[in-house]
Design a protein around this ligand. Structure first.
Ligand code: GRF
Length: 219
C-alpha cells in the first residue's frame, strides 16, 4: 500500500478528508504519518483518533530554517512516501526540503493561483471585488505558492460574503474535493511530475477544473 505523509499546522480539515478518502478506497494509499510543526495543531487529535502515527517537529527547536527542514526531511523520508501532502502547513520550506521531494510534494492554496499567492487570500479577493474565488492544488517547487498547478476549483463570490463565510465555502465545496482527488491521481500514476505536471500523458498548461473530478470525488 503506498504511503502518504501529511504536514499540518492547524485544524487539519484537509487531512481529515484525505484520511476518509483512503479509508473508503478512493485513494490507493494510506496516511502513514502526520507531522505538525506545532504541538497544539488540532489535526493531531484527529490523526491519533484515526490511528495514524503523529509527530511534532517544532521550528522553535531549530536555529534556522535549513536545520528545521533537514529534521523534517529526515522524518518524512523515513516513511518512503509516494506523496507528501502539505495541508494547512504554515511554514515556508527551503530547497533543503523541497528539492529531494519534488514531484511527490503537493500543496493546496486557497486562491485561484496565480492570483493571491501568500496569506489572507479570501479578504484580498473580496477587497478586489472578484466575482469568483477558489483553491488550487499544485506541485511544490522552490518558489512560494507558484508550483505547477494541477487542479483548481472556483465558486461564485456572494454579495454578502465575508472572509470567513468565503473561506468556509472554499474549504467545504472546493478544497475537500480537489485535494483528495489530486492525491488519488498521483498515487494511481495518472498524475506525474516531469519538470511540469503531466496528467494522463499530456502536459498540463493550465490546471484541471472541477469538471475533471471523478464522480466519487464530486460529493
Ligand atoms: C485551508 O483553507 C487551506 O487552504 C490552507 O489552510 C487552511 C486550513 O486548512 N492551506 P486545514 O483546516 O488545517 O486543513
Amino acid at each position: 500500500m503506498k504511503r502518504i505523509v501529511v504536514l499540518i499546522s492547524g485544524r487539519g480539515r484537509n487531512l481529515q478528508a484525505l484520511i476518509r478518502a483512503c479509508a473508503d478506497g478512493r485513494v490507493a494509499g494510506r496516511v502513514a504519518r502526520v507531522i505538525a510543526n506545532r504541538a497544539d495543531a488540532a489535526g493531531l487529535t484527529y490523526a491519533r483518533a484515526a490511528g495514524v502515527p503523529t509527530q511534532v517537529i517544532s521550528h522553535r527547536d531549530y536555529a534556522d530554517r535549513e536545520s528545521f527542514d533537514r529534521a523534517l526531511l529526515a522524518a518524512v523520508s523515513a516513511e518512503e512516501p509516494a506523496a507528501v501532502v502539505l495541508a494547512g502547513f504554515m511554514r515556508i520550506l527551503t530547497p533543503v526540503f523541497v528539492a529531494p521531494l519534488q514531484g511527490r510534494l503537493l500543496n493546496i492554496h486557497p486562491s485561484l493561483l496565480p492570483r493571491y499567492p501568500g496569506l489572507d487570500t479570501h479578504a484580498r479577493a473580496l477587497a478586489a471585488g472578484d466575482r469568483e474565488h477558489g483553491a488550487t492544488v499544485h506541485f511544490v517547487t522552490e518558489a512560494l505558492d507558484a508550483g505547477a498547478a494541477i487542479i483548481q476549483g472556483a465558486l461564485r463570490v456572494r454579495p454578502d460574503d465575508s472572509a470567513d463565510t468565503l473561506a468556509r465555502r472554499v474549504l467545504e465545496e472546493i478544497e475537500l474535493r480537489i485535494y483528495p482527488q489530486a492525491v488519488a491521481w498521483l498515487l494511481s500514476g495518472e498524475l506525474q511530475w516531469r519538470g511540469g505536471a503531466w496528467f494522463r500523458g499530456r502536459l498540463l498548461t493550465q490546471p484541471l477544473t472541477l469538471d475533471a473530478l471523478d464522480p466519487a470525488f464530486r460529493s
